[in-house]
Design a protein around this ligand. Sequence first.
Ligand code: VGL
Ligand code: ZN
Length: 207
Amino acid sequence: MKALLLVDIQNGFCPGGNLPVPDGDSIVPVVNRLIDKGGYDLIVASQDWHPANHGSFASQHPGKAPFEMGELSGQPQMMWPDHCVQGTQDAAFHPLLDTAKIVYVQKKGENPAVDSYSAFRDNDHAALTGLADYLKAKGVTALDVCGLATDYCVKFSALDAVDMLPGVKVRFIADASRGIDPAGVEKAIADMAAKGIETVNSSAIVS
Ligand code: VGL
Ligand code: ZN
């Protein structure tokens, strides 16, 4: 059972959004081709879905500016611009993303006291989202991961997939993903490789 996980392909992470990833929207045609011709048995997606007062937002920390480090519930936390607020256009999937075959959407980041980069659990690992149980129940044996942003939500989702789905072969699809910071992308690929996650391009999946 081969599954594809589409991480946070939302307006907020595309040019014109509140936390734009450079070139983020350019993955959409690549992702649509994977959805259509990648031979997947199951396609799932995650959606960053924050309350307006989420503690990862710099706006909630007087004196802090976006992209500075701060603290959230006693842990170091990147201060983000307000993004992907529940029910807003910023939180909606990119309008050209082919959502018809997405059978399960995992919302995340709803607890204002903790951030959730991974689609599987909060950053403090206290609360699970339910995605791992869903994929296990479906009998998934291979999981390809792509989306936005490579150095945050894609990376942590892929790493958690290895930890939380024992025996599942996890791959990262590079050309169907974009990152916020080039150095962060390099590190993400190295961190994923260290966990046995192979990096591939979509040309190896769709011909
Ligand atoms: C993300 C930062 C904050 C992501 C989400 O989807 O990579 N990054 N929230
Ligand atoms: Zn977020």
